[in-house]
Structures are given as structure tokens and as C-alpha cells.
Design a binder for this molecule. Structure first.
Ligand SMILES: *Cc1c(COP(=O)(O)O)cnc(C)c1O
Length: 478
């Protein structure tokens, strides 16, 4: 399997999986994708049904990853998957269990990992793959990132204790929930460096960009990232679409639909790829909150990014995005993999005019028919009402992001097609909205008992790139 960039139409050197594993953007600014999607047949699905049964989620993950990875020996890849997905790390032995609510509405639980958000599923595999590859080439990596919540926490819990890896994670001081702070700051490891910056999330992100833009510093200190555009994260996410499909269906050609609460188009991009591979998916329902950049695109054909000032702070904060960093991958497929057109849209029109318009194209006219995409959005009062409704009618408590999904899913259900909503976080992380909806605090899973009381490991830093560089140098040079 070779990988290409969404902006490369030269047919130039294509790369292997481990060549792109540690990379972010391609050098031309595009995103990596497989040269072609491996195809899933009904007989392969029948075989995977047995694999999931006999070898569990890790066995299925291995079977799927072998389709995309041909430069890691099979036995090693199998062990990597086993270490990533097991019941020491995930609170449910099924890793990704499903529950049926009623009339064909299902919840696929993606939040059983160490930080109670779906990002753990990709990050745990990434941690294993990074450690393996760094060891193999005798290198080390210092991950530098900024987070307003879920991503940084999932990254730290996936990278902690790994040889050759340090994490420097910037957070806006005092702006995360106490629970989110505790999840990160309670980690007690000299290679996990939590940094509270006096500023907002955008300041943190700017600091990361400034430091990473210093090529000499970046190289000298082996700086890297774990952002949501990493191909291996998408690959890991394809697995749970297949697992959910296997758990909900009984026949090997049965169609299901998925509804996905969306921010950066990462989670649902994996669903799109699974569908392109031939997994029998009917609709892919994209759900946004008030930040409806993507809903707008699927309704109108116009993709108009927002400024930070136009980005609302909502009660489903992990979906508060102004531009969707994985969206270019879907547009590449939509436009028949025409890298020249993708480059024109994303490298020229978008930066110059702030939007692009595909409304009059034949590709947009058939977007639902060919790709299954439909979309909708929700508001704070929708989320609160949905949380309350599932609680009173089904005794199931969901988080505000999942509530965005359930609300929008309701607009697209069909009698004979199961609708699976991906649960992207546990309610315990968002207790304020839960209390507003049902009047009581969400139950706290045992693994999070008392985390706010643990000693905090965090360094305060001014909003200053020189100070950040000095800290990195001091920690790395020792
Ligand atoms: C990251 C996140 C999302 C959005 O996922 P994307 O892959 O960015 O679309 C939704 N819900 C939760 C809880 C998240 O952490």
C-alpha cells in the first residue's frame, strides 16, 4: 500500500505507511491518503465476523490494519494491536460495545478508553505505533501540542511511559473544566510536561506554530505533533465502523446508517473511507452544533470557514471549530481525486477569499446519492432536551456531543435501516450541561474517582515563545 498527497498530481514518489506515520501534512501542504481504498467483500465481512468473535476487537483491528500497512512485520503489527486494545486500557472488554435504544436506533460506545472520549481509540494505537517505529529507526520524538480539552488528554494518556517520547502540552490557564484539568495534570511522569499558558486556546496554538516554524529548533529538539490529520488515526477509526456494523447486523449485506457528531471531520472521514471500501453503509449523517460550517456545506455546496471571533463557545465544546482540518480528504474523493482542483480550492481560493463554492458542480449534485452524506445541526436547547429525553425514556445518559448526534439522527431515520449514533464522550466530562438537563450529577466511572484530589503536575508559563523554547531545551537537554 502506497500513500499520496491530496495536492500532488505529479504522480511523484509515493510513500509507505511508516514513511508517513510520524508526519503531519505532506510537504506540498496536502493530506495523505492511500493510493486506492482496499475493497471489502461479503465473504471478507463473514470472515471478520468470526475474527471479532474469536479474537476480539484487537484481532479485527489487526485484520483491518494489514490492508493499509505492509511495512511492519505481521507478528509485530498483531502485537501492537493487542497492546493498544485490551481491557487494561478500556473499561469494556468489547472495547467498542453497542446498545439498542428503540426502533433500530443504536448507540456505538467509543468512550470506554482512559480519557472517556473517542479520541482514545485512535490515540492508543498511535502510541504503540510511534514507540515501535521510533525504536526501529533509533529516533526520539518530542510531541508539542495545544489543547482545549480532549485531544491533549488522550495524547498524554497514550504516550505516557513510552520510550523515546516526551509530550509538551499547552493549555489555556484556568479555562478547562476541573475534570479535564485533573485528567491531564494528575499524570505524574517527567516525560509528560503540562504547560498552563496565560492566555486563551488560540494563544496556545499560536505559540506551538511559532516554535514549530523555527526549523532549526524543531530539528534539533525532534519536535513533532499528534494532530487529527495523521493518517494512522483515521486508519484506527475505520476499525470501529466495521466493528459496529458487525455487532449491529446479522447478514453480511445488511445496510446500516451512521450519525457522527462532527468537528474536524476526523471521525466521519473514517466512516466515509469505510463506506468507500464497501462496508454496507447507507447514510452518513453529519451532525454539527451551532458551529455549522460543515452542515452548511452539505446543504448548500458552499464551504465557508469562520474566524475565531465567529466561532461560538457551545456546550459541545469539542465541536467548536471554524475550519475542518480533515475535510480536504473528502473533497479529494468527491472531485474524482483531482489533486490540481483540490490545490486550487484549499491552497488558493480558501486562503484568498475565505470560502469555495461547489454548488453548481455535477459532483455536488450527486453527493448524497454517491457518498451517502446528509447533515443537520443542533442548539444548546436541543442537546439539553435530547439528554433529558434519553434519560427519562431509556434510562441512558449521554454527553452533549452525542446528544447533537442523536438529535440530528432523528431527522434521517428509515424504518428498515438501523441508525447507529457514535458516542464521542462520556457524560462525566460535561457535568454542568448534564445537571441542567436532568438535575443530578452524572455518575462517575470508578476509574475517575477522586482525580481532582491528586497532586497537580503543571508548569505556568507566560504567553511567550522564547520562554517555551527555553523550557523545551531545558527538559530535553536535561
Ligand atoms: C474531537 C471530538 C469530536 C469531533 O470529532 P472530529 O473527529 O473532530 O469530527 C466530537 N466529540 C468529542 C467528544 C470530541 O472529543
Amino acid at each position: 500500500m502506497r500513500y499520496l498527497s491530496t495536492r500532488d498530481d505529479s504522480g511523484a514518489a509515493r510513500l509507505g505507511f511508516t514513511d508517513i506515520l510520524l508526519a503531519g501534512l505532506a510537504s506540498d501542504g496536502g493530506l495523505y491518503l492511500p493510493e486506492s481504498y482496499p475493497q471489502i467483500t461479503a465473504s471478507l465481512l463473514a470472515q471478520w465476523r468470526r475474527v471479532l468473535d474469536e479474537e476480539g476487537y484487537a484481532g479485527l483491528a489487526y485484520a483491518v490494519c494489514t490492508l493499509f500497512v505492509d511495512d511492519i512485520p505481521a507478528d509485530d503489527l498483531k502485537e501492537i494491536c493487542k497492546r493498544a486494545y485490551n481491557s487494561d486500557t478500556f473499561s469494556d472488554p468489547q472495547i467498542v460495545p453497542v446498545t439498542e435504544l428503540n426502533d433500530g436506533l443504536w448507540i456505538c460506545h467509543l468512550s470506554e478508553g482512559p480519557t472517556a472520549a473517542f479520541k482514545d481509540l485512535a490515540m492508543q494505537l498511535l502510541g504503540e505505533l510511534f514507540e515501535y517505529q521510533l525504536h526501529r529507526v533509533g529516533a526520539e520524538l518530542n510531541i508539542l501540542g495545544a489543547t482545549s480539552g480532549d485531544t491533549g488528554s488522550a495524547a498524554e494518556h497514550a504516550m505516557v511511559g513510552r520510550t523515546g517520547i516526551r509530550v509538551f502540552m499547552l493549555t489555556p490557564a484556568g479555562r478547562m473544566t476541573p475534570f479535564q484539568q485533573a485528567q491531564m495534570f494528575s499524570l505524574d511522569d517527567p516525560h509528560v510536561i503540562n504547560i498552563a499558558v496565560s492566555g486563551v486556546f488560540d494563544d496556545c496554538q499560536d505559540l506551538v506554530k511559532t516554535v514549530a516554524a523555527d526549523a532549526e529548533f524543531k530539528q534539533r529538539y525532534h519536535l513533532g505533533a499528534v494532530n487529527s490529520i495523521n493518517w494512522a488515526r483515521l486508519m484506527a477509526q475505520i476499525v470501529y465502523y466495521i466493528a459496529a456494523w458487525l455487532r449491529v447486523t446479522t447478514a453480511d449485506d445488511q445496510r446500516v446508517s451512521f450519525t457522527v457528531p462532527t468537528g474536524n471531520f476526523g471521525n466521519i472521514c473514517a466512516g466515509h473511507i469505510a463506506r468507500q471500501m464497501g462496508l454496507p453503509i447507507d447514510q452518513l449523517v453529519l451532525a454539527t452544533n451551532e458551529n455549522n460550517v460543515l452542515d452548511e456545506f452539505f446543504r448548500t455546496g458552499i464551504y465557508r470557514v469562520r474566524s475565531s471571533a465567529e466561532t461560538h463557545a457551545t456546550s459541545s465544546p469539542s465541536m467548536d471549530i471554524s475550519k475542518a482540518s480533515n475535510f480536504e480528504r473528502f473533497i479529494f474523493d468527491l472531485l474524482g481525486r483531482d489533486a490540481g482542483r483540490v490545490r486550487e480550492l484549499f491552497a488558493e481560493q480558501l486562503p484568498q477569499q475565505g470560502f469555495f463554492d461547489l454548488s453548481d458542480t455535477p459532483e455536488f449534485a450527486t453527493i448524497t446519492e454517491r457518498y451517502g452524506f446528509v447533515s443537520g445541526s443542533s442548539t444548546h436547547s436541543d442537546r439539553v432536551a435530547t439528554i433529558r429525553q434519553l434519560w427519562t425514556e431509556h434510562n441512558l445518559l449521554i454527553d452533549p456531543h452525542t446528544a447533537d448526534g442523536v438529535k440530528v439522527a432523528g431527522e434521517f431515520t428509515h424504518p428498515d435501516v438501523p441508525m447507529i449514533v457514535t458516542e464521542t464522550a462520556l457524560p462525566v466530562k460535561f457535568s454542568e450541561t448534564i445537571v441542567e438537563a436532568i438535575g443530578v450529577e452524572p455518575e462517575r466511572p470508578a476509574r475517575f474517582t477522586g482525580i481532582e484530589e491528586l497532586p497537580r503536575h503543571v508548569i505556568d508559563l507566560p504567553n511567550d515563545a522564547a520562554a517555551l523554547k527555553a523550557l523545551i531545551a531545558q527538559r530535553v537537554d536535561g
